[in-house]
Design a binder for this molecule. Sequence first.
Ligand SMILES: C[S@@+](CC[C@H](N)C(=O)[O-])C[C@H]1O[C@@H](n2cnc3c(N)ncnc32)[C@H](O)[C@@H]1O
Length: 380
Amino acid sequence: MLTHLAPSNSHLYGPPFDSNSSMDSSSDTEDSDSCSTSSSSIFSPPSSASTSKTSYVPSARSASPVPSVWSLTSSMRAQAFKHEYGRGLNNYSEVYRLPADDEELDRLDAQHNMFMEVMGKYPPCMEEVMTDDIPGETKAVLDLGCGSGRWIMDVARDFPYCSAVAVDLVPMQSIYMPPNLRSEVDDINLGLEHFYGDFNVVHARLISSGVKDYEGLINHISMVLRPAGLIDIMEFDFCIYDENHQRIEVETSKIAEPWLPRWMAFANLAARNRGGDVDAATHLETWVTNHAAFENVIYEDFWLPTCDWRSDSEFMMRMGISMRDDILAFLKSGRPLLLSSGLPEDLVNELEANAARELQFTKARHYVRLQCLHARKRRN
Ligand SMILES: C[S@@+](CC[C@H](N)C(=O)[O-])C[C@H]1O[C@@H](n2cnc3c(N)ncnc32)[C@H](O)[C@@H]1O
C-alpha cells in the first residue's frame, strides 16, 4: 500500500505541530488534504519518480508493486508522528529516538548551513558522476535519512534533469519540493532491495543512531549504485574529543565534569541500547575500503570546536559558535532518547544544564569529530 502526501500549508517542513503542541489528530484542521488516486509505484525505477510526492513504503513488503496511491489525510499524518517527552518523534522506528518536529528540522537546517561552509556541498567528482553521458539513462540520486531534506533539495535544483529520492521515517513536506524530487517514508533497516541498480549517487549523513547494521547498509548501497556510482557518507561517533584530538573517555556510572563528554556518553549508550550502530563512524573507512565493490575511497576527518575557543582563526571561532548552538539544540533533542532509556528526569536535567553551561561559559577546548567518506563503485 502506497500513500502520497499533499504538502501541508501551515508548516514548511514536517509534522502538523510544533514541539509544544499536542498530537491529537482531532485538533488538526488540515482535513482539506485532497484524496486522489494514481497508478505510480514505489517500486518503479527512479527515472519514473520525477514527481514531488511522498510515498509510504509498508513495513511488511510485498514482492510485487501495489499500484494504488492517495494523498495523506490529517489522520494519516498524525499516524506518522508521536508525541513523547515534549517533542514530536517518528512513529515508525523504535531505534531512532531523536525528534522529527519543527524545532529539530530547524536545527538540521542550521547544521546543514554549517556543513556547507566546512565541507562544501558535494564531493569533487559529483559533477562528473552526474554528467549526462549514457543515452537513455536519467541520473538518479538517493538520500537515506534525509531529515529536513536540505541536501537532496539542493541536488534536485542543482541537477534539474536528475531524479531525486529522499527516504526518511517521516514524510518530507517542504512546500519548496522541486518537481524532480520524491520523498518516501520507510525504515531503511528493512533493506534496500527495491532500489538495487537504480542510482548514480547514494548519500547518507548522520543516520547511524537509527541504523541497526551499518556495514550491511553499505553492502546494500553497493547494490543500489549503478557502475561508477558515488557513495557519499558522513557520520558522527557520539563522542567528544580533547584539543589533541584524543577521545575523552568518561563513564556513565558517575555524574560529574566534564559535562558535555558525560552527556554524550549517556546519549551514546542510550542510542546503542536501542540498537543504533553508533560506532559506524569509527569503522566506516575500513568497511568501505574492504568492500570489493568500491574503489577510490577518500576519507576525511573534520574537527569542529564545540564552542568559540579557537581564537587563532576567525573561521574556527565562527564555526565554533555555530557548533555550540547546534549542540545546545541537540541537548534538547536528546531528551526523548535519554528519558526513554530509563534515566530519571532530574538526572537528565542536571546533565543537560551543566553541559549547556560548560558550552556557554567554560569554553572547554573540546572538539566534535565528523567522519566523511566518498568512494566510487567499480565498473565491473
Ligand atoms: C540527525 S538526522 C540527519 C538528517 C539529514 N541526513 C541531515 O544531515 O540533515 C537523522 C535522520 O535520519 C533518519 N533516520 C534515522 N534512522 C532511519 C531509518 N532506519 N530509516 C530511515 N530514516 C532514518 C531520521 O528520521 C532523521 O531524519
